[in-house]
Design a protein around this ligand. Structure first.
Ligand SMILES: *[C@@H]1O[C@H](CO)[C@@H](O)[C@H](O)[C@H]1NC(C)=O
Ligand SMILES: *[C@@H]1O[C@H](CO)[C@@H](O)[C@H](O)[C@H]1NC(C)=O
Length: 311
Protein backbone atom coordinates (compact mmCIF):
# COMPACT_ATOMS: atom_id res chain seq x y z
CA UNK A 1 0.00 0.00 0.00
CA UNK A 2 2.91 2.31 0.61
CA UNK A 3 4.78 1.55 -2.58
CA UNK A 4 2.42 3.21 -5.08
CA UNK A 5 2.87 6.51 -3.34
CA UNK A 6 6.56 6.57 -4.10
CA UNK A 7 6.51 7.58 -7.76
CA UNK A 8 4.17 10.44 -6.95
CA UNK A 9 6.39 11.65 -4.16
CA UNK A 10 9.48 11.49 -6.33
CA UNK A 11 7.72 13.29 -9.14
CA UNK A 12 6.66 16.12 -6.87
CA UNK A 13 10.14 16.41 -5.39
CA UNK A 14 11.56 16.65 -8.89
CA UNK A 15 9.08 19.33 -9.78
CA UNK A 16 10.06 21.32 -6.73
CA UNK A 17 13.76 21.14 -7.37
CA UNK A 18 13.70 21.54 -11.12
CA UNK A 19 12.11 24.96 -11.46
CA UNK A 20 14.48 26.72 -13.78
CA UNK A 21 14.55 30.45 -13.52
CA UNK A 22 16.65 33.37 -14.56
CA UNK A 23 18.37 35.09 -11.64
CA UNK A 24 17.48 38.42 -13.20
CA UNK A 25 13.74 37.68 -13.16
CA UNK A 26 11.79 40.09 -11.01
CA UNK A 27 10.31 40.35 -8.55
CA UNK A 28 11.89 37.84 -6.20
CA UNK A 29 12.26 37.30 -2.48
CA UNK A 30 15.85 37.91 -1.46
CA UNK A 31 17.63 36.62 1.62
CA UNK A 32 18.72 39.46 3.92
CA UNK A 33 21.76 38.91 6.14
CA UNK A 34 21.80 41.79 8.64
CA UNK A 35 22.34 41.14 12.38
CA UNK A 36 23.27 37.48 12.08
CA UNK A 37 26.81 37.82 13.39
CA UNK A 38 28.53 34.46 13.89
CA UNK A 39 25.47 32.57 12.65
CA UNK A 40 25.68 34.25 9.23
CA UNK A 41 27.57 31.52 7.34
CA UNK A 42 25.34 28.78 8.66
CA UNK A 43 22.14 30.71 7.94
CA UNK A 44 23.17 31.71 4.43
CA UNK A 45 23.97 28.07 3.66
CA UNK A 46 20.57 27.06 5.06
CA UNK A 47 18.81 29.72 3.00
CA UNK A 48 20.50 28.49 -0.19
CA UNK A 49 19.65 24.88 0.68
CA UNK A 50 16.05 25.96 1.18
CA UNK A 51 16.08 27.46 -2.33
CA UNK A 52 17.08 31.11 -1.99
CA UNK A 53 19.46 32.22 -4.75
CA UNK A 54 19.48 35.98 -4.11
CA UNK A 55 21.56 37.10 -1.14
CA UNK A 56 21.77 40.68 0.14
CA UNK A 57 24.54 41.92 2.40
CA UNK A 58 26.72 45.00 2.98
CA UNK A 59 30.36 45.87 3.63
CA UNK A 60 29.31 47.28 6.99
CA UNK A 61 30.67 45.27 9.93
CA UNK A 62 28.41 47.12 12.37
CA UNK A 63 25.36 45.28 11.03
CA UNK A 64 26.64 42.61 8.62
CA UNK A 65 29.14 39.77 8.69
CA UNK A 66 29.98 39.90 5.00
CA UNK A 67 32.77 37.31 5.26
CA UNK A 68 30.21 34.95 6.83
CA UNK A 69 28.02 35.43 3.76
CA UNK A 70 31.03 34.44 1.63
CA UNK A 71 31.67 31.31 3.70
CA UNK A 72 27.97 30.42 3.65
CA UNK A 73 27.39 30.61 -0.08
CA UNK A 74 30.65 28.81 -0.87
CA UNK A 75 29.80 25.94 1.49
CA UNK A 76 26.25 25.59 0.14
CA UNK A 77 27.40 25.82 -3.47
CA UNK A 78 29.97 23.06 -2.94
CA UNK A 79 27.37 20.86 -1.29
CA UNK A 80 24.67 21.47 -3.90
CA UNK A 81 27.05 21.53 -6.84
CA UNK A 82 26.17 25.10 -7.77
CA UNK A 83 28.37 27.53 -9.67
CA UNK A 84 29.04 31.13 -8.75
CA UNK A 85 26.67 32.09 -11.58
CA UNK A 86 23.84 30.20 -9.88
CA UNK A 87 23.96 32.64 -6.97
CA UNK A 88 23.16 36.35 -7.06
CA UNK A 89 25.16 38.44 -4.60
CA UNK A 90 24.29 41.99 -3.68
CA UNK A 91 26.39 44.13 -1.36
CA UNK A 92 26.75 47.82 -0.50
CA UNK A 93 29.18 50.67 -0.09
CA UNK A 94 28.44 52.39 3.24
CA UNK A 95 29.67 55.92 3.94
CA UNK A 96 31.82 56.84 6.93
CA UNK A 97 28.96 57.87 9.21
CA UNK A 98 27.29 54.45 8.75
CA UNK A 99 30.21 52.68 10.42
CA UNK A 100 31.38 52.17 13.98
CA UNK A 101 34.42 54.47 14.20
CA UNK A 102 36.61 51.61 15.39
CA UNK A 103 35.44 49.19 12.73
CA UNK A 104 35.58 50.84 9.31
CA UNK A 105 36.28 48.47 6.39
CA UNK A 106 38.48 51.01 4.57
CA UNK A 107 41.10 53.68 5.29
CA UNK A 108 39.20 56.61 6.84
CA UNK A 109 41.88 59.03 5.66
CA UNK A 110 41.77 57.94 2.04
CA UNK A 111 39.95 60.03 -0.57
CA UNK A 112 36.25 59.29 -0.97
CA UNK A 113 36.96 57.56 -4.30
CA UNK A 114 39.60 55.35 -2.68
CA UNK A 115 37.26 54.46 0.16
CA UNK A 116 34.73 53.26 -2.40
CA UNK A 117 37.38 51.20 -4.22
CA UNK A 118 38.68 49.73 -0.95
CA UNK A 119 35.17 48.83 0.14
CA UNK A 120 34.60 46.93 -3.11
CA UNK A 121 37.93 45.14 -2.76
CA UNK A 122 36.93 44.09 0.75
CA UNK A 123 33.55 42.85 -0.49
CA UNK A 124 35.17 40.78 -3.23
CA UNK A 125 37.50 39.21 -0.66
CA UNK A 126 34.76 38.67 1.91
CA UNK A 127 32.40 37.17 -0.64
CA UNK A 128 35.13 35.02 -2.23
CA UNK A 129 34.29 36.10 -5.73
CA UNK A 130 35.69 38.17 -8.57
CA UNK A 131 32.44 39.97 -9.32
CA UNK A 132 29.41 41.39 -7.52
CA UNK A 133 26.00 40.98 -9.16
CA UNK A 134 24.53 44.12 -7.64
CA UNK A 135 26.36 46.90 -5.79
CA UNK A 136 24.36 49.45 -3.86
CA UNK A 137 25.10 52.91 -2.49
CA UNK A 138 23.86 52.26 1.06
CA UNK A 139 22.57 55.77 1.69
CA UNK A 140 22.68 59.25 0.18
CA UNK A 141 25.93 61.17 0.64
CA UNK A 142 25.78 64.55 2.39
CA UNK A 143 25.82 66.46 -0.89
CA UNK A 144 25.60 65.81 -4.62
CA UNK A 145 29.30 66.52 -5.10
CA UNK A 146 30.14 63.53 -2.94
CA UNK A 147 27.30 61.52 -4.42
CA UNK A 148 28.85 61.81 -7.88
CA UNK A 149 32.34 61.03 -6.59
CA UNK A 150 30.98 57.79 -5.18
CA UNK A 151 28.77 57.00 -8.16
CA UNK A 152 31.46 57.65 -10.81
CA UNK A 153 33.79 55.33 -8.91
CA UNK A 154 31.07 52.69 -8.76
CA UNK A 155 30.50 53.12 -12.49
CA UNK A 156 34.16 52.47 -13.22
CA UNK A 157 33.90 49.19 -11.28
CA UNK A 158 31.22 48.14 -13.76
CA UNK A 159 33.54 49.13 -16.63
CA UNK A 160 36.25 46.98 -15.07
CA UNK A 161 33.92 43.98 -14.93
CA UNK A 162 33.99 43.74 -11.14
CA UNK A 163 30.32 44.64 -10.78
CA UNK A 164 27.31 43.74 -12.93
CA UNK A 165 24.82 46.41 -11.90
CA UNK A 166 24.47 49.37 -9.52
CA UNK A 167 21.76 50.64 -7.21
CA UNK A 168 20.86 53.10 -4.49
CA UNK A 169 19.31 52.64 -1.06
CA UNK A 170 17.52 54.79 1.50
CA UNK A 171 16.49 57.37 -1.08
CA UNK A 172 13.02 58.56 -0.06
CA UNK A 173 12.65 61.62 -2.26
CA UNK A 174 11.44 61.10 -5.82
CA UNK A 175 13.38 64.18 -6.96
CA UNK A 176 16.59 62.69 -5.61
CA UNK A 177 15.96 59.33 -7.26
CA UNK A 178 15.27 61.11 -10.55
CA UNK A 179 18.38 63.25 -10.23
CA UNK A 180 20.53 60.20 -9.39
CA UNK A 181 19.05 58.41 -12.40
CA UNK A 182 19.13 61.23 -14.94
CA UNK A 183 22.76 62.18 -14.37
CA UNK A 184 24.19 58.70 -14.07
CA UNK A 185 26.15 57.29 -16.98
CA UNK A 186 25.37 53.78 -15.75
CA UNK A 187 21.79 53.95 -14.48
CA UNK A 188 20.77 52.53 -11.12
CA UNK A 189 19.00 49.18 -11.54
CA UNK A 190 17.88 48.96 -7.90
CA UNK A 191 16.23 51.18 -5.33
CA UNK A 192 16.25 49.46 -1.93
CA UNK A 193 14.05 51.23 0.63
CA UNK A 194 12.02 50.66 3.72
CA UNK A 195 8.44 50.05 2.56
CA UNK A 196 6.20 51.87 5.00
CA UNK A 197 3.36 54.32 5.44
CA UNK A 198 5.55 57.20 6.59
CA UNK A 199 7.00 57.48 3.08
CA UNK A 200 3.59 56.91 1.48
CA UNK A 201 4.88 53.46 0.57
CA UNK A 202 7.09 55.18 -2.02
CA UNK A 203 4.22 55.40 -4.49
CA UNK A 204 5.96 57.95 -6.71
CA UNK A 205 9.34 56.26 -6.51
CA UNK A 206 7.84 52.86 -7.31
CA UNK A 207 6.10 54.28 -10.38
CA UNK A 208 9.41 55.81 -11.48
CA UNK A 209 11.12 52.46 -10.96
CA UNK A 210 8.53 50.68 -13.09
CA UNK A 211 8.91 53.19 -15.90
CA UNK A 212 12.69 52.93 -15.88
CA UNK A 213 13.27 49.21 -15.41
CA UNK A 214 14.55 49.60 -11.84
CA UNK A 215 13.94 46.86 -9.29
CA UNK A 216 12.29 48.25 -6.15
CA UNK A 217 13.52 46.17 -3.19
CA UNK A 218 11.85 46.53 0.19
CA UNK A 219 13.19 45.95 3.68
CA UNK A 220 11.36 45.98 7.03
CA UNK A 221 8.46 44.86 4.88
CA UNK A 222 6.62 42.82 7.50
CA UNK A 223 7.42 44.71 10.74
CA UNK A 224 6.44 48.04 9.18
CA UNK A 225 3.06 46.86 7.89
CA UNK A 226 1.45 44.40 10.35
CA UNK A 227 -1.98 46.04 10.04
CA UNK A 228 -2.09 45.22 6.33
CA UNK A 229 -2.02 41.45 6.84
CA UNK A 230 -3.16 40.90 10.43
CA UNK A 231 -6.90 41.42 10.18
CA UNK A 232 -9.75 38.99 9.72
CA UNK A 233 -10.27 39.40 5.98
CA UNK A 234 -6.52 39.05 5.31
CA UNK A 235 -6.36 35.92 7.48
CA UNK A 236 -9.37 34.44 5.67
CA UNK A 237 -7.74 35.15 2.32
CA UNK A 238 -4.40 33.69 3.42
CA UNK A 239 -6.19 30.51 4.54
CA UNK A 240 -7.93 30.25 1.19
CA UNK A 241 -4.60 30.66 -0.59
CA UNK A 242 -2.87 28.17 1.73
CA UNK A 243 -0.32 30.78 2.77
CA UNK A 244 0.64 32.30 6.09
CA UNK A 245 -0.51 35.93 6.46
CA UNK A 246 3.16 36.95 6.15
CA UNK A 247 3.63 35.04 2.90
CA UNK A 248 0.38 36.51 1.60
CA UNK A 249 1.78 39.97 2.23
CA UNK A 250 4.94 39.10 0.30
CA UNK A 251 2.76 37.83 -2.53
CA UNK A 252 0.92 41.16 -2.48
CA UNK A 253 4.22 43.05 -2.61
CA UNK A 254 5.44 40.98 -5.54
CA UNK A 255 2.11 41.45 -7.34
CA UNK A 256 2.75 45.20 -7.27
CA UNK A 257 6.31 44.79 -8.50
CA UNK A 258 8.28 44.79 -5.23
CA UNK A 259 11.15 42.42 -4.37
CA UNK A 260 11.08 42.00 -0.57
CA UNK A 261 14.02 41.06 1.62
CA UNK A 262 13.43 38.18 3.98
CA UNK A 263 15.92 37.75 6.79
CA UNK A 264 14.44 34.84 8.66
CA UNK A 265 16.64 32.63 10.85
CA UNK A 266 13.97 29.94 10.88
CA UNK A 267 14.29 27.12 8.35
CA UNK A 268 10.56 26.51 8.25
CA UNK A 269 10.03 30.14 7.30
CA UNK A 270 12.78 29.90 4.68
CA UNK A 271 11.00 26.97 3.07
CA UNK A 272 7.67 28.77 3.29
CA UNK A 273 9.14 31.75 1.46
CA UNK A 274 10.58 29.55 -1.28
CA UNK A 275 7.34 27.58 -1.60
CA UNK A 276 5.63 30.90 -2.36
CA UNK A 277 8.31 31.80 -4.94
CA UNK A 278 7.90 28.40 -6.57
CA UNK A 279 4.16 28.87 -6.92
CA UNK A 280 4.70 32.24 -8.55
CA UNK A 281 7.43 30.88 -10.84
CA UNK A 282 5.10 28.15 -11.99
CA UNK A 283 2.81 30.90 -13.19
CA UNK A 284 0.27 30.96 -10.38
CA UNK A 285 -1.36 34.30 -9.73
CA UNK A 286 -1.87 34.36 -5.98
CA UNK A 287 -4.22 37.34 -6.23
CA UNK A 288 -6.92 36.61 -8.76
CA UNK A 289 -8.59 40.00 -8.92
CA UNK A 290 -8.70 43.58 -7.70
CA UNK A 291 -11.03 42.72 -4.80
CA UNK A 292 -8.47 40.35 -3.35
CA UNK A 293 -5.71 42.93 -3.78
CA UNK A 294 -7.86 45.53 -2.01
CA UNK A 295 -8.12 43.36 1.10
CA UNK A 296 -4.42 44.00 1.69
CA UNK A 297 -3.96 47.29 -0.16
CA UNK A 298 -6.78 49.13 1.54
CA UNK A 299 -5.32 48.26 4.95
CA UNK A 300 -1.84 49.50 4.08
CA UNK A 301 -2.35 53.07 5.24
CA UNK A 302 -1.56 54.63 1.86
CA UNK A 303 -4.81 55.16 -0.07
CA UNK A 304 -3.09 55.55 -3.45
CA UNK A 305 -0.98 52.36 -3.05
CA UNK A 306 -2.29 51.01 -6.33
CA UNK A 307 0.10 52.66 -8.78
CA UNK A 308 -0.54 52.24 -12.46
CA UNK A 309 0.50 49.23 -14.46
CA UNK A 310 0.10 46.57 -11.81
CA UNK A 311 -1.43 43.13 -11.52
C1 LIG B 1 43.93 59.43 10.02
O1 LIG B 1 44.45 60.71 10.18
C2 LIG B 1 44.45 61.18 11.53
C3 LIG B 1 44.87 62.63 11.55
O2 LIG B 1 46.00 62.85 10.74
C4 LIG B 1 45.35 60.28 12.36
O3 LIG B 1 45.33 60.70 13.72
C5 LIG B 1 44.85 58.85 12.27
O4 LIG B 1 45.72 57.98 12.94
C6 LIG B 1 44.71 58.41 10.81
N1 LIG B 1 44.02 57.12 10.79
C7 LIG B 1 44.43 56.12 10.03
C8 LIG B 1 43.61 54.89 10.14
O5 LIG B 1 45.38 56.19 9.29
C1 LIG C 1 10.33 35.48 6.15
O1 LIG C 1 9.33 34.88 5.34
C2 LIG C 1 8.50 33.94 5.99
C3 LIG C 1 7.62 33.30 4.95
O2 LIG C 1 6.74 34.17 4.36
C4 LIG C 1 7.76 34.63 7.12
O3 LIG C 1 6.95 33.71 7.79
C5 LIG C 1 8.74 35.26 8.06
O4 LIG C 1 8.05 35.98 9.06
C6 LIG C 1 9.70 36.17 7.36
N1 LIG C 1 10.70 36.57 8.35
C7 LIG C 1 11.46 37.66 8.30
C8 LIG C 1 12.34 37.91 9.47
O5 LIG C 1 11.48 38.42 7.34
Amino acid sequence: MVAPKFPILILSLRLTSSIAYNLLDRPTLKYGTAWKKDATADLVAKAIRAGFRHIDTACQPRHYNEAGVGDGWVAAARELNLDRTDIWLQTKFSGLNAHDPDNVPYDVNASLEDRVRQSLQKSLENLKTDYIDSWIMHGPEDNWDDHWKVWRTMESAVDEGKVRQLGISNFYSLEDVQWAYDHARIKPKVVQNRFYAKSGHDVGIRAFCQENDIEYQSFWTLPANPDAFHHQAAHDLSNRKKLSPEALFYAFCMAIGISPMNGTTNEVHMKEAIALMDRIRRGEKIFENKEEMDIIGNALGTPEWNIEGEL
